[in-house]
Design a protein around this ligand. Structure first.
Ligand code: PFF
Length: 473
């Protein structure tokens, strides 16, 4: 279907709902399900949550609106959209470099994101088999001892070959939807998977609330402890808000470029940010009752999902079913994010080389596959290979960690900072105001945020990311 985007033959979203679901799909991902609950619990509970919500509203939302409006104005790939706005504002077209950073960054994130997506596929398979063998009502993984379960994740990380195959499966799924196009691939996927994701999330949360330690979770997650809200924690919250809303990587410029002119971008951005934050909060209420009821450690990181939860499912009634539902839910969230990540370089290549979608997506898929395979092996066989070891920030890090660190600590904050400077200071305010749908005091407030507060906050994350010794935890 050719969009409500109104630009002749260009593919685009068929409705505002399609855009909202696809953008929420991009935002809701591993960041919400793994990182947010762990960070909130460890860094001051309710105090962190309140601060995080302030970051989303005051810093994330203005940048989200800035990105989508650049895309909608340009109706092109991210680089051309920025260039168009720069040229119409009498600014150098070199500003398109902001989006070029995003194209590069999205490709890099996609490479390690698909490796993690592959782990999710592994656990879906594990719990699927378990369900078939042990039936619905028992706990999960009945024949396994605690040590056996504890060995699942480390042995997966040791096995580069299996991880590469799983990476290929997850990337293949991502490729399939991107290759089908915006309205017949990404949109169709998001309109099925996002509602399914919400049903699974709510279902598991309610089940966990009845069977698990819900009131303990409320205390654990929301007790206000302002003493833990230190400088580094606050910066981590800003960084998490950015990662969670998929900002600074040209993704929302690209998705914005498929939006029709009739859509109010400010209101829609607010819906996207609210849904993303709600999922992060509900994820905490979904995961911790299960973990706390099993008396397990709530220490965060990827181990919480891939190591602790399988233990918890073992002691839970209908554990294999809940485990399977849980990892399918995570898989849906990861897939709608990986598709957004792949669309950025694909749309860029199609326009740059005036080529069709299929060959562009294929070549990008192959590049990502090579990077992903190297990332998978960097966790085992290639662990001694530190490609950027000569730079202090990346000392001792393999490819997986370099891709993660380089994007989260450098490319994302730099990209978002430049977007704020571009929208707040460089672009012609008339062009911006035509797109953003804001009036009166709200409009003034938004301009203040984009011109002053957001750049300062982003510069701070960047400096701390680069020079961690400047602030001690
Ligand atoms: N927002 C996604 C998450 O929370 O997992 C990650 C992400 C997707 C980041 C797309 C950047 C992006 F362009």
């Amino acid at each position: 279907m050719v969009a409500a985007s109104g630009s002749g033959s260009r593919d685009g979203w068929s409705s505002r709902t399609a855009f909202v679901l696809a953008a929420i799909g991009s935002a809701v991902g591993l960041g919400n399900l793994v990182r947010f609950p762990a960070e909130a619990a460890q860094n001051g509970g309710g105090a962190f949550v309140v601060f995080y919500i302030a970051c989303i509203v005051l810093i994330g939302l203005p940048v989200l609106l800035s990105e989508t409006l650049i895309g909608r104005h340009g109706q092109s790939s991210a680089t051309v959209s920025v260039r168009r706005m720069a040229e119409q504002s009498g600014a150098p077209k070199a500003w398109e470099g902001i989006a070029a950073l995003g194209v590069l960054g999205s490709t890099m994130i996609l490479a390690f994101y698909c490796v993690i997506g592959g782990w999710v596929v592994n656990y879906i398979w594990l719990f699927f088999n378990d369900l078939i063998q042990s039936g619905v009502m028992g706990g999960a993984l009945p024949g396994m001892s605690g040590e056996d379960i504890a060995a699942i994740f480390p042995s997966l990380l040791e096995d580069g070959m299996t991880m590469s195959v799983l990476d290929l499966i997850f990337l293949g799924l991502t490729f399939y939807f991107v290759a089908r196009g915006v309205s017949s691939g990404i949109e169709v996927m998001a309109t099925w998977l996002m509602p399914a994701f919400f049903i699974l999330l709510l279902g598991i949360t309610v089940y966990g609330a009845f069977g698990g330690a819900f009131s303990e979770t409320l205390t654990y997650l929301f007790t206000f402890d302002f003493s833990k809200l230190t400088g580094p924690v606050m910066l981590a919250a800003v960084g998490q808000a950015f990662f969670s809303l998929s900002l600074g990587m040209a993704g929302m410029i690209t998705y914005g470029s498929y939006v029709g002119r009739n859509v109010n971008l400010a209101g829609t951005s607010a819906i996207i940010a609210s849904a993303d934050t709600a999922v992060a909060l509900i994820a905490g209420l979904c995961i911790f009752p299960i973990v706390l009821a099993a008396g397990l450690s709530t220490d965060g990181g990827l181990g919480l999902m891939f190591d602790t939860l399988p233990h918890a499912f073992q002691s839970m009634p209908a554990g294999s079913l809940v485990g399977l539902a849980f990892f399918i839910m995570v898989g849906f969230a990861a897939l709608t994010s990986s598709v957004a990540l792949m669309e950025v370089p694909t749309a860029w290549a199609m326009e740059k080389f005036q080529a069709r979608r299929l060959p562009c997506a294929t070549i990008i898929g192959l590049i990502v596959l090579v990077l992903g395979t190297l990332s998978a092996y960097s966790l085992n066989t290639l662990s001694g290979f530190h490609p950027l070891g000569f730079i202090p920030l990346f000392e001792g890090q393999g490819i997986f960690d370099v891709l993660d660190g380089m994007t989260a600590k450098l490319l994302m904050p730099i990209g978002a900072l430049l977007i704020c400077i571009f929208v707040g200071w460089v672009a012609d305010p008339k062009l911006i105001d035509d797109e953003n749908g804001l009036t009166g005091a709200l409009h003034l407030f938004w301009r203040f945020l984009v011109r002053y507060l957001c750049p300062v906050a982003l510069a701070a994350i960047l400096v701390v990311g680069l020079f961690p010794d400047l602030v001690s935890a």
